[in-house]
Design a protein around this ligand. Structure first.
Ligand code: CP
Length: 353
Protein backbone atom coordinates (compact mmCIF):
# COMPACT_ATOMS: atom_id res chain seq x y z
CA UNK A 1 0.00 0.00 0.00
CA UNK A 2 1.20 3.53 -0.77
CA UNK A 3 1.97 5.69 2.26
CA UNK A 4 -0.86 8.12 1.43
CA UNK A 5 -3.39 5.28 1.30
CA UNK A 6 -2.06 3.97 4.61
CA UNK A 7 -2.63 7.37 6.19
CA UNK A 8 -6.15 7.61 4.79
CA UNK A 9 -6.86 4.17 6.19
CA UNK A 10 -5.51 5.18 9.60
CA UNK A 11 -7.21 8.60 9.60
CA UNK A 12 -10.67 7.15 9.18
CA UNK A 13 -10.36 4.69 12.09
CA UNK A 14 -12.34 5.34 15.29
CA UNK A 15 -10.37 7.31 17.89
CA UNK A 16 -10.57 4.40 20.32
CA UNK A 17 -8.81 2.19 17.79
CA UNK A 18 -5.99 4.68 17.27
CA UNK A 19 -4.97 5.40 20.84
CA UNK A 20 -2.40 2.63 21.27
CA UNK A 21 -0.55 3.85 18.17
CA UNK A 22 0.43 7.03 20.03
CA UNK A 23 1.72 5.24 23.15
CA UNK A 24 5.13 3.73 24.00
CA UNK A 25 5.74 1.29 26.83
CA UNK A 26 2.32 1.98 28.30
CA UNK A 27 2.83 5.75 28.40
CA UNK A 28 1.48 8.49 26.16
CA UNK A 29 4.07 9.41 23.52
CA UNK A 30 2.19 11.92 21.33
CA UNK A 31 -0.45 14.31 22.69
CA UNK A 32 -3.12 14.78 20.04
CA UNK A 33 -6.65 14.71 21.46
CA UNK A 34 -8.29 14.51 24.87
CA UNK A 35 -9.70 11.03 24.33
CA UNK A 36 -6.14 9.89 25.15
CA UNK A 37 -6.45 10.91 28.81
CA UNK A 38 -8.02 9.14 31.76
CA UNK A 39 -8.67 10.30 35.32
CA UNK A 40 -5.54 8.62 36.65
CA UNK A 41 -3.37 10.47 34.14
CA UNK A 42 -5.09 13.77 34.95
CA UNK A 43 -4.60 13.29 38.70
CA UNK A 44 -0.90 12.58 38.08
CA UNK A 45 -0.53 15.67 35.90
CA UNK A 46 -2.30 17.87 38.47
CA UNK A 47 0.10 16.64 41.17
CA UNK A 48 3.18 17.33 39.03
CA UNK A 49 1.83 20.75 38.07
CA UNK A 50 1.24 21.60 41.75
CA UNK A 51 4.78 20.51 42.60
CA UNK A 52 6.34 22.56 39.78
CA UNK A 53 4.45 25.71 40.72
CA UNK A 54 5.60 25.32 44.35
CA UNK A 55 9.23 24.56 43.46
CA UNK A 56 9.30 27.52 41.04
CA UNK A 57 8.64 29.95 43.91
CA UNK A 58 12.34 30.10 44.87
CA UNK A 59 15.52 30.75 42.92
CA UNK A 60 16.94 27.46 44.20
CA UNK A 61 13.84 25.71 42.93
CA UNK A 62 13.99 27.42 39.54
CA UNK A 63 17.67 26.50 39.23
CA UNK A 64 16.73 22.89 39.92
CA UNK A 65 13.86 22.91 37.40
CA UNK A 66 16.19 24.28 34.72
CA UNK A 67 18.31 21.13 35.00
CA UNK A 68 15.46 18.66 34.54
CA UNK A 69 15.32 18.82 30.72
CA UNK A 70 18.45 20.83 29.90
CA UNK A 71 19.57 18.07 27.50
CA UNK A 72 16.42 18.45 25.34
CA UNK A 73 15.41 20.67 22.41
CA UNK A 74 11.88 21.50 21.23
CA UNK A 75 10.48 22.93 18.00
CA UNK A 76 7.49 25.27 18.18
CA UNK A 77 5.81 25.08 14.78
CA UNK A 78 2.99 27.58 15.21
CA UNK A 79 1.67 28.59 11.79
CA UNK A 80 -1.77 29.64 13.06
CA UNK A 81 -1.84 32.74 15.32
CA UNK A 82 -1.36 32.17 19.04
CA UNK A 83 -0.40 34.21 22.09
CA UNK A 84 -1.10 32.03 25.14
CA UNK A 85 -0.34 28.55 23.83
CA UNK A 86 2.88 29.70 22.19
CA UNK A 87 4.03 31.80 25.16
CA UNK A 88 3.14 29.23 27.78
CA UNK A 89 4.92 26.40 25.96
CA UNK A 90 7.93 28.65 25.35
CA UNK A 91 8.10 29.69 29.00
CA UNK A 92 7.47 26.15 30.23
CA UNK A 93 10.45 25.11 28.09
CA UNK A 94 12.54 27.89 29.64
CA UNK A 95 11.55 26.77 33.14
CA UNK A 96 12.68 23.20 32.42
CA UNK A 97 15.86 24.21 30.57
CA UNK A 98 14.64 23.02 27.14
CA UNK A 99 16.26 24.85 24.21
CA UNK A 100 13.70 26.00 21.63
CA UNK A 101 13.46 26.79 17.92
CA UNK A 102 10.39 28.19 16.21
CA UNK A 103 8.63 28.77 12.90
CA UNK A 104 5.49 30.89 13.08
CA UNK A 105 4.87 31.59 9.43
CA UNK A 106 5.29 29.22 6.48
CA UNK A 107 6.21 32.19 4.29
CA UNK A 108 9.58 32.12 6.07
CA UNK A 109 10.13 28.37 5.76
CA UNK A 110 10.81 26.14 2.78
CA UNK A 111 7.11 25.31 2.52
CA UNK A 112 7.03 28.48 0.39
CA UNK A 113 9.26 26.58 -2.06
CA UNK A 114 6.83 23.68 -2.18
CA UNK A 115 8.09 21.44 0.64
CA UNK A 116 5.19 19.49 2.08
CA UNK A 117 4.23 20.02 5.75
CA UNK A 118 4.97 16.32 6.33
CA UNK A 119 8.51 16.71 4.98
CA UNK A 120 8.93 19.82 7.13
CA UNK A 121 7.96 17.81 10.22
CA UNK A 122 10.51 15.12 9.33
CA UNK A 123 13.16 17.83 8.97
CA UNK A 124 12.30 19.29 12.40
CA UNK A 125 12.57 15.85 13.97
CA UNK A 126 16.17 15.66 12.74
CA UNK A 127 17.10 18.60 14.96
CA UNK A 128 14.93 18.42 18.04
CA UNK A 129 13.53 16.03 20.66
CA UNK A 130 9.90 17.24 20.59
CA UNK A 131 7.60 19.08 18.17
CA UNK A 132 4.75 21.31 19.34
CA UNK A 133 2.36 22.39 16.57
CA UNK A 134 -0.46 24.87 16.08
CA UNK A 135 -2.07 24.53 12.67
CA UNK A 136 -5.26 25.60 10.89
CA UNK A 137 -5.85 22.10 9.50
CA UNK A 138 -7.84 19.59 11.51
CA UNK A 139 -5.81 16.45 12.05
CA UNK A 140 -2.47 18.10 11.26
CA UNK A 141 -0.88 17.10 14.56
CA UNK A 142 -2.19 13.56 14.25
CA UNK A 143 -0.84 13.23 10.73
CA UNK A 144 2.53 14.63 11.84
CA UNK A 145 2.74 12.07 14.64
CA UNK A 146 1.66 9.31 12.26
CA UNK A 147 4.32 10.32 9.71
CA UNK A 148 7.07 10.33 12.35
CA UNK A 149 5.92 7.04 13.93
CA UNK A 150 5.52 5.31 10.56
CA UNK A 151 8.05 6.74 8.13
CA UNK A 152 10.84 8.52 9.98
CA UNK A 153 14.07 7.05 11.33
CA UNK A 154 13.90 9.47 14.20
CA UNK A 155 10.50 9.68 15.86
CA UNK A 156 9.96 12.39 18.47
CA UNK A 157 6.81 13.24 20.44
CA UNK A 158 4.31 15.58 18.79
CA UNK A 159 2.09 17.81 20.92
CA UNK A 160 -1.04 19.31 19.41
CA UNK A 161 -1.19 23.00 20.35
CA UNK A 162 -4.47 23.43 18.46
CA UNK A 163 -5.58 21.79 15.21
CA UNK A 164 -8.20 23.66 13.20
CA UNK A 165 -11.75 23.42 14.54
CA UNK A 166 -11.13 20.02 16.02
CA UNK A 167 -9.15 19.84 19.25
CA UNK A 168 -6.90 21.76 21.63
CA UNK A 169 -5.89 19.12 24.16
CA UNK A 170 -3.40 21.11 26.22
CA UNK A 171 -5.93 23.93 26.65
CA UNK A 172 -8.34 21.31 27.97
CA UNK A 173 -5.64 20.10 30.38
CA UNK A 174 -5.14 23.57 31.82
CA UNK A 175 -8.91 24.09 31.95
CA UNK A 176 -9.57 20.88 33.85
CA UNK A 177 -6.63 21.63 36.18
CA UNK A 178 -8.16 25.05 36.90
CA UNK A 179 -11.59 23.51 37.49
CA UNK A 180 -10.14 20.83 39.75
CA UNK A 181 -8.39 23.44 41.92
CA UNK A 182 -11.52 25.60 42.06
CA UNK A 183 -13.70 22.72 43.30
CA UNK A 184 -11.08 21.08 45.54
CA UNK A 185 -13.04 22.02 48.68
CA UNK A 186 -16.45 21.44 47.10
CA UNK A 187 -16.38 17.72 46.39
CA UNK A 188 -14.29 17.98 43.22
CA UNK A 189 -15.55 18.06 39.65
CA UNK A 190 -18.14 15.34 40.22
CA UNK A 191 -21.81 16.29 40.28
CA UNK A 192 -21.31 19.74 38.72
CA UNK A 193 -23.19 21.45 35.91
CA UNK A 194 -21.18 23.19 33.20
CA UNK A 195 -22.67 25.78 30.87
CA UNK A 196 -20.70 26.10 27.64
CA UNK A 197 -21.48 29.27 25.68
CA UNK A 198 -20.58 30.67 22.27
CA UNK A 199 -19.44 29.23 18.97
CA UNK A 200 -19.59 25.60 20.07
CA UNK A 201 -19.56 24.29 16.52
CA UNK A 202 -16.05 25.52 15.78
CA UNK A 203 -14.62 26.12 19.25
CA UNK A 204 -11.93 23.46 19.65
CA UNK A 205 -11.25 24.28 23.31
CA UNK A 206 -14.79 23.52 24.43
CA UNK A 207 -14.91 20.35 22.31
CA UNK A 208 -11.70 19.05 23.92
CA UNK A 209 -12.85 19.99 27.42
CA UNK A 210 -16.14 18.08 27.09
CA UNK A 211 -14.25 14.80 26.69
CA UNK A 212 -12.35 15.46 29.93
CA UNK A 213 -15.30 16.60 32.03
CA UNK A 214 -17.13 13.48 30.89
CA UNK A 215 -14.60 11.40 32.86
CA UNK A 216 -16.15 12.66 36.12
CA UNK A 217 -19.26 11.21 37.73
CA UNK A 218 -22.65 12.96 37.47
CA UNK A 219 -21.58 16.00 35.43
CA UNK A 220 -24.21 17.76 33.30
CA UNK A 221 -23.95 20.22 30.43
CA UNK A 222 -25.84 23.13 28.97
CA UNK A 223 -24.69 23.97 25.44
CA UNK A 224 -25.75 27.54 24.73
CA UNK A 225 -25.28 29.02 21.26
CA UNK A 226 -27.12 30.35 18.25
CA UNK A 227 -28.62 27.31 16.50
CA UNK A 228 -26.23 27.84 13.56
CA UNK A 229 -23.22 27.29 15.84
CA UNK A 230 -24.51 24.51 18.08
CA UNK A 231 -22.28 21.78 19.51
CA UNK A 232 -21.49 19.18 16.87
CA UNK A 233 -23.05 15.75 16.83
CA UNK A 234 -19.78 13.84 17.44
CA UNK A 235 -19.45 15.35 20.93
CA UNK A 236 -23.17 14.83 21.66
CA UNK A 237 -22.95 11.20 20.50
CA UNK A 238 -20.00 10.71 22.84
CA UNK A 239 -21.97 12.13 25.78
CA UNK A 240 -24.93 9.93 24.86
CA UNK A 241 -22.67 6.88 24.85
CA UNK A 242 -21.61 7.78 28.42
CA UNK A 243 -25.22 8.56 29.44
CA UNK A 244 -24.22 12.10 30.39
CA UNK A 245 -27.18 14.49 30.36
CA UNK A 246 -27.04 17.72 28.36
CA UNK A 247 -29.34 20.45 27.11
CA UNK A 248 -28.80 22.14 23.72
CA UNK A 249 -30.40 25.56 23.89
CA UNK A 250 -30.17 29.25 23.09
CA UNK A 251 -31.75 30.16 26.45
CA UNK A 252 -28.83 32.04 27.97
CA UNK A 253 -30.42 33.22 31.24
CA UNK A 254 -31.78 29.86 32.41
CA UNK A 255 -28.50 28.12 31.53
CA UNK A 256 -26.26 30.46 33.49
CA UNK A 257 -28.43 30.26 36.61
CA UNK A 258 -28.07 26.45 36.65
CA UNK A 259 -24.29 26.46 36.26
CA UNK A 260 -21.54 25.54 38.70
CA UNK A 261 -19.14 26.53 35.93
CA UNK A 262 -19.56 28.81 32.92
CA UNK A 263 -17.18 28.39 29.99
CA UNK A 264 -17.55 31.18 27.44
CA UNK A 265 -15.95 31.13 23.99
CA UNK A 266 -15.66 33.66 21.20
CA UNK A 267 -17.03 33.53 17.68
CA UNK A 268 -14.48 31.59 15.59
CA UNK A 269 -15.06 33.70 12.50
CA UNK A 270 -11.64 32.93 11.05
CA UNK A 271 -13.36 29.76 9.80
CA UNK A 272 -16.40 31.55 8.32
CA UNK A 273 -17.64 30.79 4.86
CA UNK A 274 -18.73 34.10 3.22
CA UNK A 275 -21.20 35.90 5.54
CA UNK A 276 -21.63 32.77 7.70
CA UNK A 277 -21.76 34.71 10.98
CA UNK A 278 -22.42 38.24 9.69
CA UNK A 279 -26.14 38.35 10.48
CA UNK A 280 -26.11 36.31 13.70
CA UNK A 281 -26.64 38.14 16.98
CA UNK A 282 -23.89 36.95 19.33
CA UNK A 283 -24.28 39.81 21.77
CA UNK A 284 -27.24 38.12 23.45
CA UNK A 285 -24.76 35.49 24.74
CA UNK A 286 -22.42 38.01 26.39
CA UNK A 287 -21.99 37.78 30.17
CA UNK A 288 -22.10 41.19 31.83
CA UNK A 289 -21.99 42.49 35.41
CA UNK A 290 -25.81 42.59 35.37
CA UNK A 291 -25.86 38.81 35.16
CA UNK A 292 -23.66 38.26 38.23
CA UNK A 293 -26.53 38.32 40.80
CA UNK A 294 -28.18 35.48 38.83
CA UNK A 295 -25.21 33.11 39.23
CA UNK A 296 -24.67 30.59 42.01
CA UNK A 297 -22.34 31.99 44.68
CA UNK A 298 -19.64 29.47 43.80
CA UNK A 299 -20.11 29.50 40.00
CA UNK A 300 -16.71 29.73 38.32
CA UNK A 301 -16.39 31.82 35.15
CA UNK A 302 -13.92 30.65 32.53
CA UNK A 303 -12.81 31.56 29.03
CA UNK A 304 -9.88 30.17 27.03
CA UNK A 305 -9.16 33.70 25.72
CA UNK A 306 -8.75 35.69 23.55
CA UNK A 307 -12.08 37.34 24.35
CA UNK A 308 -14.02 39.98 22.55
CA UNK A 309 -17.26 40.88 24.36
CA UNK A 310 -18.24 37.45 25.69
CA UNK A 311 -17.29 38.42 29.26
CA UNK A 312 -17.43 42.06 30.25
CA UNK A 313 -14.18 43.44 31.73
CA UNK A 314 -16.12 44.52 34.86
CA UNK A 315 -16.37 40.83 35.71
CA UNK A 316 -12.57 40.49 35.87
CA UNK A 317 -12.61 41.68 39.51
CA UNK A 318 -15.15 39.07 40.59
CA UNK A 319 -13.40 36.28 42.56
CA UNK A 320 -15.31 33.71 40.51
CA UNK A 321 -13.59 34.87 37.31
CA UNK A 322 -10.79 32.38 36.64
CA UNK A 323 -9.64 33.19 33.11
CA UNK A 324 -6.44 34.93 34.21
CA UNK A 325 -5.65 31.96 36.44
CA UNK A 326 -6.22 29.69 33.43
CA UNK A 327 -3.49 31.56 31.54
CA UNK A 328 -0.85 30.97 34.21
CA UNK A 329 -2.01 27.43 34.93
CA UNK A 330 -1.29 26.68 31.27
CA UNK A 331 2.42 27.19 31.87
CA UNK A 332 2.53 24.80 34.85
CA UNK A 333 0.44 22.11 33.17
CA UNK A 334 2.47 22.25 29.96
CA UNK A 335 5.71 22.01 31.96
CA UNK A 336 4.28 18.98 33.79
CA UNK A 337 3.23 17.41 30.50
CA UNK A 338 6.70 17.79 28.99
CA UNK A 339 8.34 16.28 32.08
CA UNK A 340 5.94 13.35 31.76
CA UNK A 341 6.64 12.86 28.05
CA UNK A 342 10.39 12.72 28.69
CA UNK A 343 9.80 10.40 31.67
CA UNK A 344 11.40 12.89 34.07
CA UNK A 345 8.27 13.47 36.17
CA UNK A 346 9.67 11.42 39.06
CA UNK A 347 12.58 13.89 39.41
CA UNK A 348 10.11 16.39 40.81
CA UNK A 349 9.45 14.17 43.83
CA UNK A 350 13.18 13.94 44.62
CA UNK A 351 13.57 17.70 45.03
CA UNK A 352 14.18 18.87 48.58
CA UNK A 353 13.53 22.59 49.21
N1 CP B 1 -6.38 29.88 24.46
C1 CP B 1 -5.58 29.89 23.37
O1 CP B 1 -5.35 28.87 22.69
O2 CP B 1 -5.02 31.10 23.14
P1 CP B 1 -4.03 31.42 21.93
O3 CP B 1 -4.80 31.22 20.65
O4 CP B 1 -3.58 32.84 22.14
O5 CP B 1 -2.88 30.43 21.99
Amino acid sequence: MQRYEEWEHFRTKKKADKLSFFKRNGRLFDILYTQQFDKEFLAHLFRISDRIRTIAKTQKGLNFLRTTLSDKRAMLFFVQPSTRTFMSFLNACHILGIQTSEIRDTSTSSEIKGESPEDSIRVFSSYVDMIITRHHNEGFAEKSAWVLNTCADRSVPVINGGSGKDQHPTQALLDIYTISRAFADMGGIENKTFTMIGDLKRGRTVRSLCYLLALYRDVKFYFVSPPEFAMQQDVLDFLDSKKIPYVVTDDFTTSITQADGIYATRLQDEYDSPNESKYIDFDRFNLTAEHLPLLKKHCIIMHPLPRRNEISVEIDRDPRALYWKQVRNGMWVRAALMLYLFERDTLIDDYVA
